[in-house]
Design a protein around this ligand. Structure first.
Ligand code: SAM
Length: 347
């Protein structure tokens, strides 16, 4: 078995076995990576051309009831200055984002019970009414099915909920006892059934992660067939139990992103901020490995430094417009064009 043959076969069939995935990951080299990136780029181009979709990320709250061991805004981190955006703050972010050309808004936050279903539904409905041409993505964690349904009925289109790890034992080592992979999966299934475009995904190089875990993540993504996949490196945060763990590497992240593209040809695949944080030009390298989405931050400047999931986050101090311009320029420099478009899944 040679890596080149396996990669060729994944390209042709959009599928792979456990053994094949393990083999190409364990035996990866500069040569196999170059081949993989080239084919992944070609696949992305086939469905999306040399276009990059942007999503305006609004970090609406850093309050969280959860205590995920890796996350900087976990409830046990008493050093975080907590904040919440009001509906007016969020509408103002959308206004600025829309005028710059964003046609997708992503409302992300910790699991903050202040935002009841009534409050959230009102926020979603207001954005929907004001911006009928835009997609609304939510990333607010685990909720009962009824809540997801209400947000959907109010006008939300997409939901990002990374599965974090498809191996229950590994999942347990990253999360406190009250969270379970079974519930995460149940949420993902509910979201899909309701009709959301759904994003799953995981961190690369999270503590205790084995190649076997990574293979299971790739196979789960293939089977669940989400429309979006969020996959970026784990980066330690100094006020968490994982403060002294090693970050995930850009090299392995890029390799896996390219495999995700080949196994899920039409997937909407962001080159994450975390990838741009561990590696200079990481987001550009992501695009050259098959990514087709970038998610610039459009949160108010006053809260940027408070939404720190990990240390040294890229562009934490960059003004919305300047950061957006720099994404446009950097994509232009590698021959890609940032477009003002909802950027839906190529169905
Ligand atoms: N609370 C929601 C949820 O759990 O889906 C959305 C917010 S959560 C902070 C968004 C994502 O950030 C998580 O899915 C996780 O993968 C990522 N994340 C958190 N801490 C991280 C870290 N230290 N390094 C890299 N990514 C991290």
């Amino acid at each position: 078995m040679k890596s080149a043959d396996i990669i060729e076969s994944i390209y042709k069939t959009a599928d792979a076995t456990r053994d094949e995935l393990r083999f190409i990951i364990e035996n990866r080299s500069g040569e196999s990576a170059r081949m993989l990136y080239g084919l992944a780029r070609e696949r992305a181009c086939e469905y999306y051309g040399k276009k990059i979709f942007v999503r305006g990320l609004i970090e609406m709250t850093n309050y969280c009831r959860n205590d995920c061991l890796y996350c900087g805004i976990r409830r046990s981190n008493k050093k975080v200055q907590r904040y919440r955006l009001t509906k007016e703050d969020i509408m103002e972010c959308c206004r600025e984002g829309h005028s710059l050309g964003f046609r997708t808004f992503v409302l992300q936050g910790g699991e903050d019970m202040y935002y009841t279903d009534d409050i959230m539904t009102d926020i979603v409905a207001s954005i929907r009414a004001e911006y009928p041409d835009c997609a609304i993505t939510l990333s607010l964690g685990e909720k009962p099915r009824e809540s997801y349904q209400r947000f959907f009925d109010a006008g939300a289109n997409r939901y990002l909920l990374r599965h974090e790890s498809a191996d229950p034992e590994h999942y347990r080592r990253l999360h406190p006892a009250e969270l379970s992979l079974a519930n995460r999966m149940e949420c993902l299934r509910n979201l899909k059934e309701i009709g959301y475009q759904v994003g799953a995904g995981s961190m690369v190089g999270s503590p205790y992660q084995t190649v076997g875990n990574i293979v299971e993540d790739l196979l789960f993504i293939k089977e669940f067939a989400p429309q979006m996949v969020g996959m970026g490196p784990f980066i330690p945060h100094h006020e968490t139990p994982f403060a002294h763990e090693k970050p995930g590497s850009a090299e392995l992240t890029l390799f896996l992103l390219a495999i995700v593209r080949l196994m899920n040809p039409k997937v909407l695949l962001p080159a994450t901020t975390a990838l741009g944080t561990v590696e200079n030009n990481g987001r550009e390298m992501g695009v050259l490995a098959g990514c087709n989405v970038v998610m610039p931050n459009i949160s108010p400047m006053s809260v940027r430094r408070k939404y720190m999931l990990y240390d040294n986050k890229l562009n934490a101090d960059a003004e919305t417009e300047a950061a957006y311009e720099s994404v446009k320029k950097s994509m232009d420099a590698i021959g890609y064009e940032v477009v003002s478009d909802r950027g839906d899944y190529a169905g």
